[in-house]
Design a binder for this molecule. Sequence first.
Ligand code: PLP
Length: 466
Amino acid sequence: MTSSSQYISTRGTAPRLGFNDTLLAGLASDGGLYVPEEWPSVKHGSTDAPFAQRAAEILAPFVGDDIDSHALAAMCRDAYATFRDSHVAPLRELGDNRWLLELFHGPTLAFKDVALQLVGRLFDHVLTARGERITVVGATSGDTGSAAIDGVKHCANVSMVILYPQGRISEVQRRQMTTVHSANVHTVAIDGSFDDCQDLVKAMFNDRAFRDQHRLAAVNSINWARVLAQVVYYFTAIEQLHASDSAPVSFSVPTGNFGNVLSGWIARRIGANVGHLIVGSNANDILTRFFETQTMSAAGVVPTLSPSMDIQVSSNFERLLFEMNNRDGVATAAQMTKFRESKQLAVDAATFGTWIRPVFRGQRCSDADTLAKIAEVHRRHGVLVDPHTAVGLVATDACAAADEPVVTLATAHPAKFADAVAQATGERPALPAHMADLFDRPERTERLPNDLAAVQRFVVSATATR
Ligand SMILES: *Cc1c(COP(=O)(O)O)cnc(C)c1O
């Protein structure tokens, strides 16, 4: 059926790559993000197919001949066997025309497991076939690091070094990383902020000799395979609702880097029966302001109760911008350069009316509204939701019609953000059984100053000993 599936950069000048090279490349060499050269069309499937089977079917046209279909199906089965719910991403009804899509049944209790359990296996598969090794370096403000570590902890060909800001992530988040004792996994507490950690990672990637010598790779949310893996649950949610041929289903997505909601846009683009995409933001509301003013304007980051959405610039937006520019990479590159310099990016009315207004809705949500929503859902439905999910629910209320079917993505387990949930409800959600002893497990971590040379020395020693 398909032959080779090719990827091009949103900035127009990096080489075209196949799926496997795109997987390993992360960022394109011209600074852009990889997108498929052509969008395939994908049909809705059976309402009772297992999630792993639908994942393999939906991914196949994007992977092309780069990975044998049996191997792809086996990796999907293995990845989703790590989820505690047999449906992987089950729906829970929350009143008329409203559902939660529970994406937090994976090993580290956040939706990022859906992508990273598969991406770890894809890395290993491709590297084993090529006889190569890579070193993944990343910075985390909490959820990405733990999901990435769990995804690669069994990968023989991947070493991983994750930097996190000392004292600035929750204890559950830290312990989820520091209690993994695989020889290939290393965590480093940096005396600095999350931005300092990110700057250290960027500096390592910009040191070309260092990057090439240690085959540095990234697993941040701009990685194409992560975005792709998340497309699957938009299809399966609609299929579970038996809504493939009825009224379109809207999705409300608590949003930070625009990765998850972009996956929803892609699902819609390739054939899923998706209606509106509702973007929920916390006080870091660059996207909500964009929907209101047609201008993207970056501001400083404010800490909130939904820390995984405390992001100044949503990097995956560039993939949508490329489409809005009718796939003109040169125009997109010029816009991104201007945005970096002026912190402003304006879209003309015609483009906005074609691409944004018919599809996207946006709503911001304060910490007070977040707590009130957690309390209300608990009171009315007896369900505990985490603060990120609560932001999505507030956005659903604000943006959807009463008769519009809406699925709100539940992106984290309430126990991962137990303090906020307890503050709102007086009830402290318990960790699932497989993590009940998390606070008794021994931790292993390194502590380093905010100093590039020290971190590079550590990466060298970590990759040498594995
Ligand atoms: C990462 C994360 C988000 C934001 O997802 P994006 O893809 O960055 O928009 C929302 N909620 C939780 C719990 C997360 O971990």
